[in-house]
Design a protein around this ligand. Structure first.
Ligand SMILES: O=C(O)c1ccccc1NCC(=O)[C@H](O)[C@H](O)COP(=O)(O)O
Length: 261
């Protein structure tokens, strides 16, 4: 049994990061997507992520990145985990994972049961699955919209990967969500903000505390000091993949990448 992972996403200031780390968040997410109010540039990332100092796992969030962008972000953000939040195919998820040697969390947008049709394909290649509300057609952002979906759609899934819930969570509803469905982690962005992109340290603390309280309320669920699912994630080569040393020389030579802007 593992304990609940709590992820605070869309961090771009030292205050917000310190609040998340101080509250005991397991994962801290950094968005690199210029259309987002939470965009963290390649230039600003190294100074901010250095504050993490091993106190949480760093997640770099990208939307349909090409290899050059992944390489730049890996270099600037030193992530422990890549979150792919666009319309990446299972093949693309596998290729990024193999080329960069990092675990990948694939976000799946959910509005109806049919949206889970490709879950087995994604679960076969990703290290973790994140369920998020499906945005309206034409929405500016594919995630981070603060809207919930019907959590019951992702209840009782038989998936051999850690699962994380997101979409409109906040300190007031996370307990309800966790009482209805079983998840390995919860992820929040808008629900700990005062305005889009403006994190509230108080709301961050309240969310982490509420999630921990909720998780502790289930006798068959994890205690605070147990290992979490994501702590154990390693991007081990899978069957049919080339050994990592060969893979890293694939699309890009990562060692030559320097953050630009
Ligand atoms: O946060 C963004 O601006 C963003 C932009 C592009 C893709 C994904 C984005 N955010 C994803 C998240 O913050 C979370 O993983 C998740 O969607 C929860 O968001 P929220 O409903 O705002 O809590």
């Amino acid at each position: 049994m593992s304990r609940l992972d709590v992820k605070i996403c869309g961090i771009r200031t030292a205050d917000a990061l310190d609040a998340a780390l101080g509250a005991g968040a397991d994962l801290v997410g950094f968005v690199h997507f210029p259309k987002s109010p939470r965009h963290l540039s390649l230039a600003d990332a190294p100074g901010l992520v250095a504050r993490v100092e091993g106190r949480a796992r760093k997640v770099a969030l990208l939307v349909d990145p090409d290899d050059a962008l992944v390489a730049d972000v890996v270099s600037a953000f030193s992530p422990d985990l890549l979150q792919l939040h666009g319309s990446e195919t299972p093949e693309r998820v596998a290729a990024i994972r193999a080329a960069f040697g990092l675990p990948v969390m694939k976000a799946l947008p959910v509005a109806r049961r049919e949206d889970l049709a490709r879950l087995p394909e994604f679960a076969a290649v990703a290290d973790m699955i994140l369920f998020d509300a499906k945005p309206d057609p034409g929405a500016l952002l594919p995630g981070g919209n603060g809207r919930p979906f019907d959590w019951r759609l992702v209840a009782g899934l038989d998936v051999a990967r850690p699962l994380m819930l997101s979409g409109g969570l906040n300190a007031d509803n996370v307990s309800q969500a966790l009482s209805e469905i079983r998840m390995d982690g919860v992820d929040v962005s808008s629900g700990v903000e005062d305005a889009p992109g403006v994190k509230s340290p108080d709301k961050i603390r309240a969310f982490v505390a509420a999630a921990r309280r909720a998780a502790g309320g289930f006798p068959d669920r994890p205690a605070r000091d147990e290992t979490s699912q994501t702590e154990m994630l390693r991007a081990e080569p899978r069957q049919g993949e080339p050994p990592r040393a060969e893979a890293a020389q694939g699309p890009e030579d990562l060692s030559s990448k320097v953050p630009a802007s």
